[in-house]
Design a protein around this ligand. Structure first.
Ligand SMILES: Cc1cc2nc3c(=O)[nH]c(=O)nc-3n(C[C@H](O)[C@H](O)[C@H](O)COP(=O)(O)O)c2cc1C
Length: 312
């Protein structure tokens, strides 16, 4: 049996459902193109950019405990600014045809609008609003995506300043009691899709030999396998509330079977971040081969058949 992995995502045609998550290998045009052309990703998300350049947090910025199933990061959204990022995206588009989702973040709704407008000049296939990074919370006075009203306003600002042909994805946090309410508010304000989820927490790890926190920022967003059950729940609840919305299910996807589970929960496509540290750049090809083998053995011939299967 031949297995067809193609999916559609808010008007984008993806050769397979895997999407590079924002912040991992998404820094330069060349690296993003390599993830697409050699790694096999069906779409790329660039690292989040803000209107002005940001330095990010001091080292150490990650705790790699993947042998125990988790990873913490407190990168602190370092980026060269949205205009430089737009140039990277334009360059990426010369190197590959694989769709690119441009991620932006901001500290006010108006600034989300400006960042989205500036990045739209590079004609990305979609724009993702990172409204949910947990390790800069204090600085920005709380996450946008904790409030329906704040999320809706950020989406509304962005949607009003970007050509209608570019769908806007709202990237949400798992750290809310009812993520589907936030997702619905975003869609009603003009979001064409939802990315669920960003890292959870933040969490903390202590070096017992030094009796000190490991991260210079003390706290960092939790990702990797430990995040997957939360992400599956979030995607399942969003899909139940919004049957027709494009969803990029992200959080702890390391294998083809993880990706299948995420799609059965309701994801239209599957974000992969931390796994790229563990299984390297070709993780996307590996996940696709594993999906194909499982689908072939279990009587599925199209990835589209997996979407929302657990809701039937
Ligand atoms: C090192 C690192 C940097 C990240 N940077 C960003 C970022 O800039 N913007 C964003 O929206 N998410 C960022 N994330 C979150 C990921 O895109 C993803 O939502 C999260 O890690 C869960 O997926 P995973 O378990 O597959 O990594 C980052 C994650 C990691 C591990």
């Amino acid at each position: 049996m031949t297995v067809d992995l193609k999916v559609q995502l808010a008007g984008m045609q993806l050769s397979n459902p895997t999407v590079l998550a924002s912040g991992i290998l998404g820094t330069t045009a060349q690296l993003m193109a390599k993830v697409a052309n050699e790694g096999g990703a069906g779409a790329i998300t660039s690292k989040s950019a803000s209107v002005k350049e940001r330095k990010g947090h001091a080292n150490p910025i990650v705790v790699d405990a993947l042998s125990k199933g988790w990873f913490l990061n407190a990168v602190g959204l370092s980026n060269p600014g949205v205009e430089e990022k737009a140039a990277e995206i334009a360059e990426y588009k010369r190197l590959t045809k694989t769709p690119i989702i441009a991620s932006v973040f901001a500290s006010t709704a108006e600034e989300f609008g400006l960042a989205a407008e500036l990045i739209s000049k590079a004609a990305p296939d979609a724009i993702e609003l990172d409204m949910s990074c947990p390790n800069v919370e204090d600085e920005f006075g709380g996450l946008f995506c904790l409030s329906e009203k704040a999320s809706a306003k950020a989406v509304e600002e962005a949607a009003s300043r970007v050509p209608k042909s570019i769908p806007i994805f709202a990237k949400l946090s798992p750290d809310v009691p009812a993520i589907e309410l936030i997702a619905r508010a975003c869609v009603e304000s003009g979001a064409g899709g939802i990315t669920a989820v960003n890292t959870a927490g933040p969490g903390m790890a202590i070096d017992i030999n030094r009796a000190k926190p490991i991260l210079a920022n003390k706290y960092g967003g939790l990702s990797g396998p430990a995040l997957k059950p939360l992400a599956i729940k979030c995607v399942y609840r969003i899909r139940a509330a919004l049957p027709d919305t494009a969803i990029i299910g992200t959080g702890g996807v390391f294998s083809g079977e993880d990706a299948i589970e995420m799609m059965m929960a309701g994801a239209s496509a599957v974000g992969i971040g931390t796994a790229a540290f563990y299984r390297e750049l070709t993780v996307f090809n590996q996940v696709c081969s594993e999906m194909t083998a499982w689908m072939d053995a279990n009587g599925y011939n199209s990835a589209k058949q997996l979407i929302s299967k657990a809701h039937e």
